[in-house]
Design a protein around this ligand. Sequence first.
Ligand SMILES: C[S@@+](CC[C@H](N)C(=O)[O-])C[C@H]1O[C@@H](n2cnc3c(N)ncnc32)[C@H](O)[C@@H]1O
Length: 205
Amino acid sequence: MSSNLPQNMWDEKFASSEFFYGTEANAFLVQQAQKLKPNSEVLCLAEGEGRNAVYLAQQGHDVSALDYSSAGIEKTKKLASQRQVAVTTVLQDLAEWQPNANSVDAIVAIFMHLPAPLRQQVLANIVQALRPGGVFIGEFYRPEQLAYNTGGPKDRALLYTQEMLANDLSGLSFEHLADTEREVVEGIGHTGKAAVVQVVARKST
Ligand SMILES: C[S@@+](CC[C@H](N)C(=O)[O-])C[C@H]1O[C@@H](n2cnc3c(N)ncnc32)[C@H](O)[C@@H]1O
């Protein structure tokens, strides 16, 4: 299935030497990262320029970063090299992502906004790919974000709700599923008060 998403748009956003979403990890991920067991095998999906993957590698995890933007992947390699950590990069469209079942300890998706059929496919794959006891951590913009001009997709169909996450991740147990408004300050891409939905969900052992 093709994602029909504008990959070139991301390559353009990531073309500058500046990091569009900055080089610091997403604050919700930092808050939740202690839920990962030491030396976890972690997969960061739609990982862009690599800020979250590099942060997790700095915490001692074995991290892979997947994105379909080659400019994003190059920036990920650059940031990992600057911070002197190893991150495995995977240049791939999520539409083609077919993970092995029970193959990874944790999956992270920060602002991975996908159209409905692909979102459902990818979230189902996440449930499959996690090992028993494995954890998924995600933060996404929700439809209320359209009232702010602080980042995220302008297309309502790409925004997430708690209900969507509860349905699409129904194979997992939810440790946190909440709407919140918070200051998201991440480079020039995300700047200011934002309406987000956050999730931490675990596969049963
Ligand atoms: C808002 S950015 C978030 C980047 C990163 N997660 C972060 O927090 O900095 C969205 C990312 O999703 C990626 N993306 C969108 N659709 C994708 C797809 N079908 N396959 C792989 N990556 C995709 C884009 O290339 C972009 O890097």
